[in-house]
Design a protein around this ligand. Structure first.
Ligand code: ADP
Ligand code: MG
Ligand code: MG
Length: 897
């Protein structure tokens, strides 16, 4: 097996397609080399070595060392320098971790590896730049000491130990804050001495001097970091399998810290926050790359690079075009300029906000970089909701005083109670609070807090700081580098424009403008919602709105499945149709009983002890239901509506407090004891498996009869107004064919009666919800009379897993932490288990009735992964809540491409 893949001087073993084996960074370094971009040579140790490492009690394949030696030789030849050379110019290397996707928690990069007390002298001599050589050595000891040797902040320490040494030195020597690049060669020498002493003190061992020991140590640390806590938390959040492993990249150093004609930067080929076609990023003169993101010095905006370093800037602009053409997507790049010469150190598809995704994809179709199908795929379905998320109410913002302004790093509006550390933020979120995480800057340790927060505010750091990167990726609202915000961790206060906020006080941030406000600001719907739901003209004129509509139009062209909605009212239906729903997939009739004083008639029905009394109560409910359906059919204008008959256990409708029971007794003129008795009669040990669904209609056929009558009378009335109607009556919780037949008979009979009474004909269907395993397994029998199936995946998951959705909270966390579930099965369909039941029911249903209509109406209908599954098993539609309709449409279109 080949474990090491080299690149350099225009040639590479690997290429951009080999991300699984080489990791994202390594594969793209190879690819950039192949297309002739200036990339320093190097090699990738493949992810297979990582797998080997963990399978073989942390040891390496025997052939690895020889392959690495060949890789180093290749670099030496191209660079004209020798690894560990104490006489001539030494080859120094960067050791860089390389998962498929860059991952917080993975080992930090180590630069300038190969230096020791001898090679630092040969480096100084060869470059005639002593300050530079010792700056490299000082940085190397610091990075290696921290990352590989674990010389880090101990418990109770506030600052990184190496930083403490530097600060102490600076104040002893200069009595003030000075920037690192102002340190002299002698200063750096002194720091090297102190750093080595620190390493000795903390680890009990000397700093490794042999370059090969250093290299093996660093590579081992990269592989080791794959299993550290932070990496594990991150993988869990993003569902990255541990089995993927990481690669290690070893690359010849180029130097951004040799003086004023050198520098390092990070950039995006276009703006990843708002999507504008503008080069975007930051750089520092006379610095190595880590400085730009570490927030030690505040970086310059890349727009000034043209004036600072015109030649490399011009070259960078060429590279920008080449990269976008080659990868046909916006790139996130890292570069270094060494004495006026540009080097590319990384490229990858840039992480972006949903708004930027939308604009990139629309622009790139116009520029003919991509076709419209690709444009659909460029908009992640799970991110789409960001575009629909609220913005601050304009009136409220106009009134609010801006306390500070930072960089707009993650667009959107967020208000929340401020917390100054991740732990307290997590606890507050668990209590149900809306949280704003406020930090001077964030580090990977803050990840849990960032996940818990609505928004993130930092007082330091640029647009490529950790906070900004992570926020953009998670779609969190983020303002960073708000210099006017002062944070006191000890007092747990935040001060801005003279106002003091304590932990738990509300603050608000606007991640689109970068503004920071005190208190809780009102939010308003996004332009897309305003345009679609309220028909707001100004909103409809925005580029965002138009882009969104174009995207949805393309989705319509691509999709095979349609999307319906779960709606109980005409208004919900109207909104869903505006979002492109093709009908209703689920109307829950019982929701209608909770409106106004309808519940009284419902309760009267439940309390009735004779058939006559029950019928009398039902006849009071009938007009309400008819009215609801009339409204819905009118809005639907001929689109289908699946209407589910009464489903929940009757117990849910009864009053449970003493007070309510007294009230009801008075209203109905019965003794309160009667009510108490009935409540206790109806009590069930396991209501979700109790007297509910079609079991109600079988015990009380008059309920089914009333509901069918309400549906069909409404259908008849609306049909008479020359509006097409398509009711689909759905019998819930069917496990036996007979259950279905008993109920369907009533429905058909009532349909016939109503048509002849009202002298009008309309189409309708009777079908069932497949939501218990027996129903799925005997779908061939049920399909003899059922004209459609709708998969009720909430109950189907509940019954298939034998897990109560409402009681799962108690063990969800340990289940997710122990990888029992990859995701909450009530949010994302368990395709392996529940999915089999669906597949079986689909196959058996079609066997009996080849044209049977199939859909899904559980919560899963709006979950992108589940939608893909539904497409693959051949369902005709998915149904979800109105505001999820665009997400489902996008996921359905993507599944079809
Ligand atoms: P990350 O994944 O955290 O971005 P990288 O491996 O990309 O880590 O390294 C971080 C920074 O280190 C780069 O942006 C670059 O500035 C610097 N760096 C990496 N490799 C080299 C190299 N061969 N020469 C000079 N600087 C480098
Ligand atoms: Mg990088
Ligand atoms: Mg159900």
């Amino acid at each position: 097996v080949k474990y090491v893949y080299t690149w350099g001087a225009g040639k590479a073993d690997g290429n951009g397609g080999m991300k699984a084996l080489l990791g994202g960074k390594g594969a793209n370094l190879a690819e950039m080399t192949r297309i002739g971009l200036p990339v320093p040579p190097g090699f990738t140790i493949s992810t297979e070595v990582c797998t080997y490492f963990y399978d073989n009690s942390r040891t390496y394949p025997v052939s690895l060392q020889a392959e690495m030696e060949a890789g180093v030789k290749n670099m030496e030849k191209i660079m004209g320098a020798k690894f560990g050379d104490a006489k001539g110019m030494p080859l120094l290397v960067a050791v860089r971790s390389g998962a498929r996707d860059s991952m917080p928690g993975m080992m930090d990069t180590i630069l300038n590896l190969g230096l020791n007390d001898e090679t630092v002298l040969s480096l100084a001599a060869a470059t005639k730049n002593e300050r530079f050589a010792w700056d490299c050595y000082r940085r190397f000891i610091q990075m290696y000491g921290d990352v590989v040797l674990g010389v880090q902040k101990a418990e109770g320490e506030d600052h990184e130990p190496f930083e403490v040494v530097i600060e102490t030195f600076k104040h002893e020597t200069y009595h003030k804050d000075i920037i690192d690049s102002d340190l002299t060669a002698d200063d750096q020498k002194e720091l090297v001495k102190r750093f080595k002493a620190l390493v000795k003190e903390r680890t009990g061992k000397g700093f490794p001097t042999n370059p090969w020991d250093q290299l093996r140590g660093a590579a081992g640390a990269v592989f080791g970091s794959w299993m550290n806590d932070r990496a594990i938390v991150y993988r869990r959040k993003y569902n990255i399998p541990a089995a993927w492993g990481t690669a290690v990249n070893v690359q010849a150093m180029v130097y951004g810290n040799t003086g004023e004609t050198s520098g390092s930067g990070v950039a995006f080929t276009r703006d990843p926050a708002n999507g504008k076609n503008e080069f975007w990023g930051e750089y520092l003169i006379n610095a190595q790359g880590e400085d730009v993101v570490a927030g030690v010095r505040t970086p310059e905006n890349v727009s000034t690079l043209k004036a600072a370093l015109p030649k490399p800037y011009a070259e960078l602009m060429k590279v920008r075009t080449i990269l976008e053409k080659h990868f046909t997507d916006v790139q996130d790049i890292e570069f270094t300029v060494q004495e006026g010469k540009l080097f590319m150190l990384q490229t990858r598809n840039g992480k972006r906000t949903a708004a930027a995704s939308l604009k990139f994809s629309m622009d790139m179709v116009k520029e003919k970089l991509i076709d419209w199908e690709t444009a659909i795929l460029r908009n992640p379905a799970e991110q789409l909701e960001q575009l629909l998320a609220p913005i601050f109410d304009l009136a409220d913002v106009a009134k609010a005083k801006t306390l500070a302004t930072g960089l707009p790093a993650g667009p959107g509006a967020a208000s929340g109670k401020i917390y100054l550390n991740a732990e307290r933020a997590v606890l507050a979120e668990a209590r149900g609070e809306k949280v704003l995480l406020v930090r001077t800057e964030t580090s990977p340790e803050d990840l849990r807090g960032m996940i818990a927060a609505e928004g993130i505010l930092t007082s330091k750091g640029g647009v490529s700081s950790h906070a900004a990167l992570v926020a953009r990726q998670m779609g969190k609202v983020c303002v960073c580098g708000a210099g006017g915000v002062e944070i006191d961790y000890d007092k747990k206060t935040v001060t801005a424009a003279g106002k003091v906020f304590k932990e738990g006080d509300f603050m608000s941030i606007d991640g689109t403008s970068g503004k920071v406000f005190g208190g809780e600001l009102k939010t308003a719907p996004s332009e897309i919602i305003s345009g679609i739901v309220s028909g707001d003209k100004a909103a409809m004129a925005t580029e965002k709105f138009k882009g969104f509509q174009q995207l949805m139009k393309w989705c319509e062209q691509a999709t095979r499945m349609s999307v319906r909605t779960n709606a109980d009212t005409p208004e919900q239906t109207r909104i869903a149709l505006a979002f492109g729903a093709k009908g209703i997939g689920l109307t829950r009739t019982e929701h209608m009983f909770f409106e106004g004083d309808r519940i009284d008639a419902m309760r009267e029905m439940i309390l009735a002890t004779t058939l006559e009394a029950r019928k009398a109560a039902l006849s009071k409910l009938l007009p309400y239901q008819r009215e609801d359906f009339t409204g819905i059919f009118t809005v639907l204008k001929g689109l289908p509506a699946t209407i589910r008959l009464l489903d929940p256990p009757l117990h849910e409708f009864l009053p449970h407090s003493k007070e309510q029971q007294n009230d009801l007794a008075k209203k109905l003129g019965v003794k309160v004891e009667t009510i108490i008795q009935r409540v206790s009669d109806l009590h069930e040990f396991n209501p979700m498996l109790g007297h509910r669904g079609c079991r109600l209609g079988i015990a009380y056929p008059e309920i089914t009869e009333m509901q069918a009558r309400a549906i069909f009378e409404a259908a008849a009335d609306v049909a008479k107004k020359k509006i097409k109607v398509k009711p689909e009556v759905m019998i819930p919780l069917v496990g036996f064919k007979k259950e279905f037949d008993l109920q369907a008979e009533i429905v058909h009979r009532v349909a016939k009666e109503v048509m002849s009474e009202k002298k009008v004909k309309f189409e309708y269907q009777v079908g069932t919800m497949i939501e218990v395993p027996r129903g799925a397994l005997t779908a061939d029998q049920i399909a003899e009379n059922a004209e459609f199936f709708s998969f009720g995946t909430n109950d189907l998951t509940q019954t298939a897993l034998g897990i109560s959705r409402d009681d799962m909270g108690a063990f969800l966390l340990p289940y997710v932490e122990n990888d029992v579930f990859a995701k909450n099965p009530f949010a994302t369909l368990d395709t392996t288990g529940v999915g089999q039941l669906i597949e079986t029911a689909v196959a058996k249903g079609r066997q009996t009735r080849p044209d049977i209509k199939l859909g899904i109406c559980g919560e899963h209908g709006g979950d992108p992964d589940s939608v893909v599954f539904c497409h693959n098993v051949g369902l005709a539609y998915v149904s979800c809540s109105p505001y999820r309709v665009p997400v489902a449409r996008l996921a359905a279109a993507q599944a079809a491409i």
